[in-house]
Design a protein around this ligand. Sequence first.
Ligand SMILES: [Zn+2]
Length: 241
Amino acid sequence: MAIPVDPALIEDLVVANRVLVNEGVLDAFGHVSARHPKNPQRYLLGRNLAPALVTAGDIVEYDLDSNPIEPPANFTHFHERFIHGEIYRARPDVQAVVHSHSPNVIPFGVTEHPLRPLYHMSSFLAPGVPVFEIRESAGMTNMLVSNNALGKSLAKTLGPSNVALMRGHGNVIVAKTIPMAVFRAVYTEVNARLQLQTASLGGPINFLADEEGEKAMQVLENIHVRAWDIWKRSVLAQMKS
Ligand SMILES: [Zn+2]
């Protein structure tokens, strides 16, 4: 049976979808989920719908095998929901997951150039950004993480990191809260854009040192809510108008 959830959490999940569209991280595709606050063996994710269209009534509860719990008969489900189920299974610390095809990040999954933090806003990249090579798990595929085995392989590649790239596809971002997952997804895209611009200047790039990354990440713990607050306000205003 589905377990009722605080409507404020559902609202944040709906808002997260729309913020990520507004900020150019999600388009017609991609998704964001939250672990169920009352049962860590379940998670909440929109039904198979473009993120900008997700409302509270579209949020579905899934178990960690990504089977929907009591879904309305007319709902279909994301082919790649297994990303979420397997990351929640592998990472008990994670409470929110974003999967996107965020465009500026794509080049770093298909070249030898690692995505690294250029500035304090993306210091959460400092622990490293691994790249998931789907060919190593399943040979030639349609590139989608569309079953539990592939989700498990992706979660293994992610390891303890905050971000993993998916070669020729997109990325996954994890965090302890929905606002932090959204913040990291937005600034992963911004860092990727800045890193491409910086590379065009030529010469070596002076990335944040590991220790700087560690220290700057602690600052983000406090300040990311300012960004979430303004993003949420504008989304709620859009939804009313
Ligand atoms: Zn995808």
